[in-house]
Write a protein that binds this ligand. Sequence first.
Ligand code: ADP
Ligand code: MG
Length: 345
Amino acid sequence: MKISDIGEFGLIDRIGRTASRNAKGAPIGIGDDAAALVLSPSSTLLATTDMLIEGVHFDLETTDLRSLGWKAAAVNLSDIAAMGGVPRFCLTALGIPPSLSVEDISEFYRGVNACLRKFGTVLVGGDTCASKQGFVITVTVLGEAARKKIVTRSGARPGDMIFVTGSLGDSAAGLELLSSGSGVRGQGSGKTRNSGTRRLIEKHLRPVPRVNEGGKLSAAGIASAMIDVSDGLSSDLGHLCRLGGVGAEVFARRIPLSKELRSAKGLKKTPVEYALSGGEDYELLFTVPPGRIKKLKALPLVATEIGVITIDRSMRLIDELGQGSPLRAAGYDHFRSGRRRGPVR
Ligand code: ADP
Ligand code: MG
C-alpha cells in the first residue's frame, strides 16, 4: 500500500496502534497536540516535537534564518499551549547542509532563543549533524500542567460552542504574498511593501504561539477541547470532531479575518478559503460548554465564537444566506496532496 493511499493522518493512526495501549503514565496516548506523561499524582510532563525540512516546510529564499529559528520554536510552543500547559525546556536537533555558515546558525539561534525567552522556556540540549542536502530542523519542547487542567482534543460535546483566538488565514496569505514578491531577499521586499502586506508576511514568518491564552483557558477550566490551528481550520476542527465523536456547524461570516487579509490585493483565494485550508496560523481552536460562556467572557482574552458542536458527526459550513454545505478537511497532508506549505523550486 502506498502511503498516499492513507495519508499523513492514516499513517499516524497506524503508528499509534503499534504503541502499547494505556501505557502506564501516558493516559492520553498518541494523537493529541502533545503527549501528557504523569510524573506524580498532581503533575504532568507535556512533550511535543515538530520537524521542519527545507523545501517542504520552508525555503531559504522566502525566510531569513532568524525568523526560521523563531518559527521552529513557536510551532512547538503552540502545541504545549494547545494542551493548556506551561512550556519549560527545549531541545533542538539540526541537520546542517554545507551551504550554511556559522553566522547563519547563530542567526537561527537568535530567533530560537528570542521566542523561547518570550515564553519562559530554555534550550537544554539537542543534536547536530551534517546534512548532504537541505536544512533539517527538529525541535522538542517539554512543558508542564496540573493533571486535571490539561485540555485534550477529544472533549467536545454536542451543544458546545466553538471559539478561535486571533484571526485566521493571515499566514497562508502572507506566504503567497512573500512568494509572489520574490522572497525576503528579492525585489518587492522590505520598504516597498505596504504595511498590510508586511503584517501578513510577519504572521507567516514569526507566528506568536498562544501560550498565555491557552494557560488562561486551562487555569479557569473553560475549554472542553482544544487544538492549535496548524493545518487550517477545516482540518483541525476535523481532528476535534473525529476525536470527540461529534460534528460541527461553522458560520462562514463569523470566521475572524484580519483587516489586512480582507484588504490584501492580488491573492488567488478568498479570505475565508485561506482561513479554512491555509494553515500555520497557530491560533487556538477550542470548545466551551454553554454553562461556561460567562466565565469565558470575563477573561481578558480575544476569541471569536464561530460555530457549534453537533451530535451528527459531519462538519457543515453555513453561508451568509444560512445555507449549509459539507465542510471537508482541506488542510495540508504531507502524503496526500501535491500542495506544499512553502514554495519549492
Ligand atoms: P501537530 O500538528 O499538532 O504537531 P501532528 O499532526 O504532527 O500534530 O501529530 C498528531 C499526533 O500524532 C501527535 O500526538 C504526534 O505526537 C503524533 N505523531 C505524529 N507522528 C508520529 C510518529 N511518527 N510516531 C509517533 N507519534 C506520532
Ligand atoms: Mg498541534
